[in-house]
Design a protein around this ligand. Structure first.
Ligand SMILES: *[C@@H]1O[C@H](CO)[C@@H](O)[C@H](O)[C@H]1NC(C)=O
Ligand SMILES: *[C@@H]1O[C@H](CO)[C@@H](O)[C@H](O)[C@H]1NC(C)=O
Ligand SMILES: *[C@@H]1O[C@H](CO)[C@@H](O)[C@H](O)[C@H]1NC(C)=O
Ligand SMILES: *[C@@H]1O[C@H](CO)[C@@H](O)[C@H](O)[C@H]1NC(C)=O
Ligand SMILES: *[C@@H]1O[C@H](CO)[C@@H](O)[C@H](O)[C@H]1NC(C)=O
Ligand SMILES: CC(=O)N[C@H]1CO[C@H](CO)[C@@H](O)[C@@H]1O
Length: 494
């Protein structure tokens, strides 16, 4: 069957926020032996912005969590995209009062320290972030809006007609409150009030604990630049990543973060906005291993601080393969399996199937085809958890084509359905009672496509095995966690 499916990424909805605050601390440890650092990310549910006082309220929450993280030994904290400004805007003018002119630290001879600095008297966000970093002796990474006045010149005519660039911007402050990095988002997703960086600019900063971080925001993680420069030219092994990622069942936030970590043999500190299940999923990952993570499967906004001890060199991580972190929460009565509706869509092919759970059944293969892409999923020995009743429906999807004018994509993915009919097969699902011994998925992907494999289990774990970057097939064996899905999401890179 062919279905037209609605999808959405990195977009924001206006939803009523009532903040439930939860805190969980992972393996925190401050005995810095030089090979590790301690990092925190905050999944944060911001106040929507109606006036300056809502900005202040979000910054107050940042201060609270930076303090908590620092007291628990963290040396760096990452806050999510739109964590300060939220997403309550439609036009360039409506966001204008909350933008601040951010100087370029690379172009300054003097250190820029906005905290209690008269020059920053009317730049509340910069001043407050700087003070939070300084007072709590912690590196602060946060997302805010930058305004850069511009004019056309003989050499460029890219200045917007209102005479200002407005950038979605990730800033980093040292423990001394010094602005040490400013990154402009390169790949916007339905953000008409911002300009993309005129050219994707690889930005890095090095901390006092001698780790060099690259910076990306949300949708940037899907594109070739600036990440290829960060990895190949700057040899980045650590990434700070602020996001407002909308979950779809073939590309959940955490699984995309984990996949990036594994593909690049790198650490990623990923902070997602905490606005209910369709915007949730944050974590700290090292070479595909999940050091700490969180996803909120409910409709209630939540805030969650995550902390982990991170090996500076991810290849040196002495972490047992398939390590699972035990930070899985059960929300049996609250889980919503939500169909994401949006103005955008892709025309994919979906093949629903019910796994054959007979013992001794040989491996079974399901196929789906779309515009020349042939996807093949093979599974063996599924069985239900004891006490679970009906066998869930799954679906295999195939898609090859343009992805909402952003890029060309080819996708093969299998996901559990939330109900017993095919119209529930694109819903987000966060719990499962079915196990598979092994699964494999493959497709005849075209060359030039960058493939991100994802494996979704409860809880999330490292099942990449010996997957080789670029391979158009992944086999996952000896799965000991309940299974939600596996996919290969590929994008054509220049
Ligand atoms: C901020 O202060 C600078 C210089 O003190 C001034 O030029 C600018 O107009 C002020 N901006 C706002 C938004 O008040
Ligand atoms: C700069 O030039 C572009 C292209 O001609 C034009 O659309 C834009 O309005 C100009 N910007 C300003 C500030 O005049
Ligand atoms: C900082 O780390 C680099 C490797 O990333 C290493 O070569 C260098 O010696 C370290 N510097 C200090 C002061 O530890
Ligand atoms: C979706 O695909 C089907 C089958 O390939 C085709 O009949 C239909 O016209 C397509 N719809 C759109 C909106 O492209
Ligand atoms: C799976 O488990 C079996 C039995 O414990 C073991 O022999 C095999 O090597 C494992 N395979 C992988 C890929 O880990
Ligand atoms: C292990 C540890 O130090 N945990 C602390 C984290 O911060 C909170 C708030 O300060 C403390 O209550 C915990 O004891």
């Amino acid at each position: 069957m062919t279905l037209k499916i609605n999808i959405i990424y990195c977009l924001f909805f206006l939803i009523t926020l009532s903040s439930a605050i939860k805190i969980s601390i992972g393996n925190n440890n401050n005995d810095d032996d030089g090979d590790y650092y301690t990092a925190s990310v905050l999944e944060f549910s911001p106040s929507l912005i109606y006036s300056e006082k809502d900005i202040i309220s979000n910054l107050k929450a940042f201060e609270y969590y930076a303090n908590l993280a620092s007291k628990n030994g963290s040396q760096i904290i990452v806050f999510p995209e739109y964590g300060i400004a939220s997403g309550n805007f439609n036009t360039r003018d409506s966001i204008l009062p909350y933008l601040e002119y951010i100087p370029d630290p690379k172009a300054s001879n003097e250190p820029i320290i906005p905290c209690r600095n008269i020059e920053f008297k009317n730049r509340t966000i910069l001043e407050t972030l700087s003070c939070i970093a300084k007072q709590n002796n912690i590196v602060v990474v946060a997302d805010m809006g930058d305004i850069q006045p511009c004019t056309n010149s003989s050499s460029t005519n890219d200045c917007p007609s209102d005479g200002r660039f407005q950038f979605n911007t990730l800033v980093a402050f040292s423990e001394a409150g010094e602005l040490i990095a400013r990154y402009h988002k390169s790949h916007l997703y339905n953000e008409p009030f911002f300009n993309p960086s005129p050219t994707p600019d690889p930005i890095t900063f090095t901390t006092s604990f001698n780790v060099t971080f690259g910076m990306l925001i949300c949708f940037d993680i899907m594109f070739g630049q600036p990440q290829t420069d960060l990895i190949q030219q700057y040899n980045i092994k650590n990434l700070v990543y602020a996001t407002e990622w909308v979950n779809v069942n073939y590309a959940y936030a955490r699984e995309i973060q984990q996949s990036w970590s594994r593909l690049n043999g790198a650490n990623i500190l990923a902070a997602n906005i905490g606005m209910a299940s369709f915007f949730s999923g944050s974590g700290i990952y090292s070479n595909g291993n999940v050091l700490n993570s969180f996803v909120n499967p409910t409709m209630k906004p939540m805030t969650q601080l995550l902390t982990a001890k991170v090996p500076k060199d991810p290849s040196q991580a002495n972490i047992a393969d398939k390590q699972q972190h035990s930070n899985h929460h059960h929300y049996q009565n609250n889980i919503v399996n939500e169909l994401i509706r949006s103005p955008t869509s892709i025309n994919l092919t979906m093949v629903p199937f019910e796994p054959n759970c007979q013992t001794d059944a040989p491996p079974i293969t399901v196929t789906a085809d779309n515009n020349g892409l042939h996807c093949q999923f093979t599974y063996s020995s599924p069985h239900m958890a004891s006490g679970a009743s009906s066998i869930p429906l799954f679906s295999l999807i195939a898609y090859s084509g343009n992805f909402n004018d952003f890029f060309n994509a080819q996708i093969c993915a299998v996901s559990i359905c939330s109900g017993s009919t095919a119209d529930t097969c694109m819903n987000n699902v966060f719990d499962s009672s079915i196990y598979f011994d092994s699964v494999s998925i493959q497709g005849n992907f075209e060359s030039g496509y960058h493939i991100a494999p994802t494996i979704t289990t409860v809880p999330i774990a490292n099942y990449f095995g010996d997957y080789k970057s670029g391979s158009n097939a992944i086999t996952v064996s000896n799965i000991t966690n309940p299974f939600l899905g596996v996919g290969l999401f590929s994008i054509e890179w220049d």
